[in-house]
Ligand binder design. Structure first.
Ligand code: CP
Length: 298
């Protein structure tokens, strides 16, 4: 795997390999510092807690040297472009870039960058490492993806997590449905829209999405209050109690408690929310290892 920009670029064999490798790291839970001669820079142009922190831990467990980079103190503030920033880091000797950027498909302007890029989220485009850690979490619960019924709920149109998981879960044989207010539907994705109350007793996975206020334009701002959103589209205690015994609840987080999910359910037995975060670190170790192994072979 030369780099990781979008889930559409991965084969199912590559996905299974990354999940297996992440499970191996998790089972051993040891540092594996084979990349102590490599340098990595994490370029986060949007805020992050989980993704950035878990990349940093993963990088340090693999022995990588971290190049300090913050948009607020870098020459981005002097107007330097994303391309020039990346080319500068490549010239200095950085071996790997992890990039989160507000622009959809920002990586299309980075074709002349000759070091690998791992996409840590591009606008409302894709979030491939989130999708992979979600798949790892599903795999831990079900050992398979084929035939699983998944309902992805909420802000579909603005969610890079929804888009990434739509592609990857369908490629792996799961049945994906969406449940969403009209203004947050995405007609470019072909999954059926359902009423959550019609499917809650049949689904294996309820995948909740954060309401992404920062991406909404005036047309997309809902006319109802958070409390109404919770009643109409969120995971209420009543809906949770109707889930199948083996069903699981996921959310990429950060969670708007009481909006997408009742606060008391965030750590309920069926919730995998903190397991997703734990898996993210191991999964990111697997992705970094796969990319740097390929780089070493070239
Ligand atoms: N799930 C996720 O991407 O969280 P952060 O924005 O905190 O990285």
């Amino acid at each position: 795997m030369q780099q990781l920009l979008s889930m559409e670029h991965l084969t199912t064999d590559e996905i299974y390999h990354l999940i297996q490798q992440a499970c191996n790291y998790k089972a051993r839970n040891i540092n594996s510092p084979q990349y102590s001669k490599h340098f990595v820079a994490n370029l986060f142009f949007e805020n992050s807690t989980r993704t950035k922190s878990s990349f940093i831990v993963a990088e340090q467990k693999l022995g990588l040297n971290l190049v300090d980079f913050e948009t607020t103190t870098s020459s981005v503030q002097k107007g330097e472009s994303l391309y020039d920033t990346c080319k500068t880091l490549e010239s200095i000797g950085v071996d790997l870039l992890v990039i989160r950027h507000f622009q959809n498909a920002y990586y299309e302007e980075l074709n002349n960058i000759n070091i690998p890029i791992i996409n840590a989220g591009d606008g409302s485009g894709q979030h491939p490492t989130q999708s992979l850690l979600d798949l790892m979490t599903v795999y831990e619960s079900f050992d398979s993806f084929k035939g699983l019924n998944v309902v992805i709920c909420g802000d579909i149109k603005n969610s890079r997590v929804a888009r990434s998981n739509y592609y990857s879960l369908r490629a792996l044989g799961a049945n994906v449905m969406f449940s969403s207010p009209d203004s947050w539907k995405d007609d470019t994705l072909e999954a059926p829209y359902v009423d959550i109350d019609d499917v809650i007793e049949e689904v294996d996975i309820v995948m909740l999405l954060r309401v992404q206020h920062e991406r909404h334009n005036n047309d997309e701002v809902l006319s109802f209050e958070s409390n109404d959103y919770h009643k109409l589209y969120g995971l209420t205690i009543e809906r949770y109690n109707r889930l199948k015994q083996q069903a699981i609840v996921m959310h990429p987080a950060p969670v708007n408690r009481g909006v997408e999910i009742d606060s008391s359910l965030v750590e309920a037995p069926k919730s995998r929310i903190f397991q997703q975060m734990q898996n993210g670190m191991y999964l990111r170790m697997a992705v970094i290892d796969a990319v740097l192994q390929t780089k070493g072979e070239q």
